[in-house]
Design a protein around this ligand. Structure first.
Ligand code: F0G
Length: 457
């Protein structure tokens, strides 16, 4: 097989600024050893997130010029609605400015005290919006998904037995919906199989519960189904996506991922009564129902992006470029979540730095070193982000200490990715020089965004 190439030519380029290692040491110290606080201009390769960081196509930029900015009934809204309906089949489509805005509206109406919402793994904003409404969020990831070192095809699948037990225990009247997140971002960007989606649907039907899909990365998930699940090789990604959504009663989506845009999202559903309530709240919080929190031009870019994302040459390149980085790291012995997911590589910092305890934040240490060594910005997903404390102030670490390297869509070329792998392997070879970190400042909530650190002596 020949090299899988980037399926595009580059028409417009954005220079990146080079810094020296000495400069980066100073920059990082000034930022309190927190890469969130570094100016993006001081980053060489930015792998902080794949959200809102896609390169748009010439047709998306052309759509931006064609955006219809009418307050009501904009032509761009109808294009947006058609594009989403073609993929999801949903009857009611409600634009929002991003994914969490769709979640906020949905859970303000369906959540509240005494309600319980299960998912394979809730993303942070989903969990936060559920909890903010007074409801409780629960994760039922299959056992295999919790083992970073075990390779399996569908590590995002939900544990059906646990889900059904939970519904019986909490009472179906207290469960407004069941959710599935595709791909499972918080579990390493791992896909969910169609078999599992069908099984979840059967449980939902048995208890008459609606099924909502968090569809941020639906096309990447559908491509994994095509490649890995029996009986789907001959189906197109569009057909597979349509089958996925045929089992759903509703969808939330951050268009900043698989719609290949820099801002946007939507909420979609089949229930007319719920749609009416959501639209009423949308008018208060986001805007009129034919634009949500977006400009007409943004709606055009989303519609065009949704057509492009199901292109299989694009998806082959996309999934392969993440897998390619994963392969290079695994061959050099660097511990990562295996197999690589759709949008990111997750370094297993516990195995990378076994001498550094969770109290000393191994993920933060690897993240800082990647910046110093090569100007690469990743993101700690471990005790800094999710650590809790008991009544004696002792850290209760989360199950994994990870560093996420999220790959923006259509932004970096193969040589950028080669460079990233060289830097990581270099840091891994010198891992015995890495130190733990301690926190010198932290905010009471979501501390990872603003915390300040200092290296342990
Ligand atoms: N659901 C999932 C699975 C996500 O990954 C995200 C965002 C959201 C919902 C919220 O969407 O940002 O548009 O409000 N994930 C980003 C990330 C922030 O870096 O993984 P949003």
């Amino acid at each position: 097989m020949k090299t899988i190439i980037e399926p595009f030519r580059i028409k417009s380029v954005e220079p990146i600024r080079f810094t020296t290692k000495e400069e980066r040491i100073k920059i990082l110290e000034k930022a309190g050893y927190n890469p969130f606080l570094i100016h993006a201009d001081d980053v060489l390769i930015d792998l902080l997130t794949d959200s809102g960081t896609s390169a748009m196509s010439s047709l998306q930029w052309a759509g931006i010029m064609q955006g219809d900015e009418s307050y009501a009934g904009s032509k761009s809204f109808f294009r947006f609605e058609d594009a989403i309906r073609k993929i999801t089949g949903m009857k009611f489509i409600i634009p929002t400015h991003q994914g969490r805005a769709a979640e906020k509206i949905l859970f303000s109406i369906t959540g509240g005290e005494g309600k319980f919402i299960p998912n394979n793994t809730h993303f942070d904003t989903t969990r936060a919006n559920i909890e903010f409404s007074g409801a409780e969020a629960f994760d039922f990831l299959n056992e295999i998904g919790k083992h970073p070192e075990i390779r399996a095809d569908f590590k995002g699948d939900m544990d059906i037995e646990k889900l059904e037990k939970f519904i019986i225990e909490k009472g179906k009247e207290n469960i407004p919906m069941v959710m599935i997140t595709i791909t499972n971002n918080s579990g390493g960007g791992q896909p969910v199989s169609l078999k599992n989606i069908r099984e979840v649907k059967e449980v939902c039907s048995k208890y008459r519960l609606p099924l909502f899909i968090d569809a941020c990365r639906f096309a990447e998930n559908a491509y994994f189904i095509k490649m890995r699940e029996k009986g789907y090789r001959e189906k197109s990604v569009l057909e597979i996506s349509q089958e996925i959504f045929s089992y759903a009663d509703g969808v939330t989506m951050s268009a900043k991922k698989d719609a290949l845009v820099n801002i946007g999202g939507f909420l979609a559903m089949n229930d007319e009564d719920l749609a009416m309530k959501c639209r009423n709240l949308l008018i208060v919080t986001e805007g009129f129902p034919t634009y949500g929190g977006l400009a007409g031009r943004d709606l055009e870019a989303v519609a065009q992006g949704l057509e492009e994302v199901v292109d299989e040459h694009y998806l082959q390149y996309r999934i392969r470029s993440v897998e390619y980085l994963g392969e290079k790291l695994v061959n050099a012995g660097v511990p990562i979540i295996e197999p690589p997911g759709g949008h990111a590589i997750y370094i297993d910092a516990k195995r990378f730095l076994p001498e550094v305890s969770s109290e000393q934040f191994p993920g933060q240490s690897v993240t800082c070193e990647l910046y110093i060594e090569g100007g690469i910005r990743g993101c700690e997903i471990g005790s800094v982000m999710f650590g809790k404390y008991d009544s004696d102030g002792k850290l209760i670490p989360p199950p994994m200490e990870l560093v996420r390297l999220a790959i923006p869509r259509r932004v970096y070329t193969q040589s950028h990715i080669d460079y990233v792998s060289e830097v990581i392997i270099e840091v891994y070879k010198n891992r015995n020089k890495l130190k733990g970190y301690e926190i010198t400042y932290q905010a009471p909530m979501l501390r990872h965004f603003t915390a300040q650190f200092k290296p342990m002596s």
